[in-house]
Ligand binder design. Structure first.
Ligand SMILES: Cc1cc2nc3c(=O)[nH]c(=O)nc-3n(C[C@H](O)[C@H](O)[C@H](O)COP(=O)(O)OP(=O)(O)OC[C@H]3O[C@@H](n4cnc5c(N)ncnc54)[C@H](O)[C@@H]3O)c2cc1C
Length: 293
């Protein structure tokens, strides 16, 4: 691995100054489970590695039913699923955080790093989209906000400009009668990259019979994770039934533009979108009704 300098700033301003001053040759390190591998393999180059774990803003993990969740960009996955109130309020997020690698990876890997790595197959990204999360980004020009579904712009690419870093992910407060779920398909039981993944969120009517609102996020089915906007909108007002879930799955296929690779063909991935959307909607509805899916 090529030598690089290392800095561990303790403020956002210092981090931003270091990043902006490195002529595009600085890389951010949170858990390091992607970036260290990429630097070792020569897939990424760095003169300076900026470790952001000591910046308090990025380590924030605060939740209240009225205000929602603020998830700092460097918080490791294990802290999320070990927090009982968060696990109850944001089940899709927790489903995804629990399957990023194994325990060792989850004790380092952050959801912020998963998003900023911007892999089309990043497991937490469909869940972030389903929960309607917003990115808070800091940089030389101050702070700005971007919806998660607009963050990734291509494989390994995103909207971050030189000197910018992801600070926090903001989740809306959990709505009454809402539930969510994330599932991926992998050929093995664990420790594999998604062939396709779907995260769904629903809010039901007071009697639990109809879907009032829904959001569907997908991964590994296009160059970037996707928000299935048409299928999500179509679900509003529909009965929360197997037939509805299956039709939403068919509609969600419209946003899939996958590739054929060693993990699956185009046709197989499109088929998986239908299956995973249907399954996760059923699970999200069961959870919204108070079930223990
Ligand atoms: C054995 C193994 C198994 C894995 N399994 C899975 C899996 O099942 N599912 C999955 O999705 N991924 C998996 N991964 C990939 C990786 O663990 C995840 O993507 C993880 O969430 C990355 O988080 P991190 O904190 O380690 O990121 P880092 O490696 O620290 O950073 C990732 C990228 O984001 C950038 N970055 C980090 N934080 C910020 C920030 N605040 N602002 C701007 N840019 C930032 C970094 O510069 C880098 O480019 C696996 C990796 C390994 C090694």
């Amino acid at each position: 691995m090529k030598d690089f300098s290392y800095a561990a700033p303790t403020t956002l301003a210092e981090a931003s100054r270091l990043l902006a001053g490195a002529n595009g040759k600085a890389r951010i390190l949170a858990g390091g489970t992607d970036i260290i591998v990429q630097l070792r393999e020569g897939l990424r180059d760095a003169d300076l590695v900026v470790d952001v774990k000591r910046i308090p803003d990025l380590a924030e993990l605060s939740y209240s039913p009225g205000k929602g969740l603020r998830l700092g960009a460097s918080v490791p996955c294990c802290q999320i699923y070990e927090h009982q109130a968060i696990a109850k309020a944001y089940p899709a997020l927790v489903d995804s955080a629990r399957i990023v690698g194994g325990w060792q990876i989850q004790s380092r890997a952050s959801v912020g790093g998963n998003l900023c790595n911007s892999s089309p197959a990043g497991d937490t990204i469909p869940a972030l989209i389903a929960h309607g999360a917003t990115c808070v980004i800091a940089g030389p020009g101050g702070h700005r906000e971007v919806k998660v579904e607009e963050f990734c712009t291509g494989p390994g690419k995103n909207v971050l400009q030189p000197g910018e870093l992801l600070v926090t992910l903001i989740f809306p407060p959990p709505a009454a009668k809402s539930g969510s779920a994330y599932e991926r398909f992998i050929p093995r039981n664990e420790m594999d990259i998604a062939v396709a993944g779907a995260g769904t969120w629903v809010k039901l009517s007071a009697n639990g019979a109809k879907i009032e609102q829904a959001r569907i996020g997908l991964c590994a089915i296009a160059p970037t994770p996707k928000f299935a906007a048409e299928a999500s909108g179509w679900l509003a007002g529909r009965p929360a039934s197997e037939g509805t879930f299956a039709q939403a799955g068919e509609l969600a296929k419209k946003v899939a533009s996958p590739i054929t690779d060693m993990r699956g063909t185009v046709e197989y991935r499109v088929h998986l979108v239908g299956v995973l959307v249907k399954r996760t909607l059923a699970k999200a509805v069961e959870r919204a009704r108070g079930g223990d899916a």
